[in-house]
Design a protein around this ligand. Sequence first.
Ligand SMILES: [Zn+2]
Length: 219
Amino acid sequence: MHPWQRPQEPEELRTQRAALTRAFVKEHRDTGKTPSCDWPKVRNAAGEHITLQTLLSDHTGQHCNYCDSLMGYSSRDTIDHFLPKKHFPCLAYVWSNLYLCCDGCQRKGTRYDKRALRPDEGGYSFSRYFRYRSNGELSVIASDETDRERAEITVEVLDLNDAKLVKDRRAAFRVHLTPRMRPLRPGLDAQAASLRDAALRHSFEDKPYRDFFVQDPEN
Ligand SMILES: [Zn+2]
């Protein structure tokens, strides 16, 4: 889970939120089912009308807010309610409850825990709570007891060590990171090595699981 700075709430959502929420809550109550959300089109900085998914996706660098996989690498983008709309219908259109989410993370369904970490909460950083292992697993490393508990809850609620995710991370690790960790070949001097590292790093946003690149993974 890569840290994220949430953009300002789109004007269109802010002005329509009350009416959309009323309609949602009514349908939820009348039918006993959880309705789909009717997201308004929003305007980006260039004044173009785009979907809310596109707006969020532009702000996450096309990465899932939870598992950090690159959209398109493993799935489509969808909008997730951190506190599920099934249990919290009044939060269905609340901006701070919405996150960009891949298909895999959507499979968590309506599981939730208010203690789970959020990528946009103050003081959150990946390395405070987690590290990736080169086998693709996510380990909790937080030493503070509360931090540790919240990190463990997050892994469980978001299923961040799901078998497919672990396999995908291992594959990404092999493709993108292993060459950097190999010993220098004779004749490849330090300057050449730093150029090689820069080339590998320059498309950071294009890589899945960006936190691989901001730490020294454990072997
Ligand atoms: Zn995901």
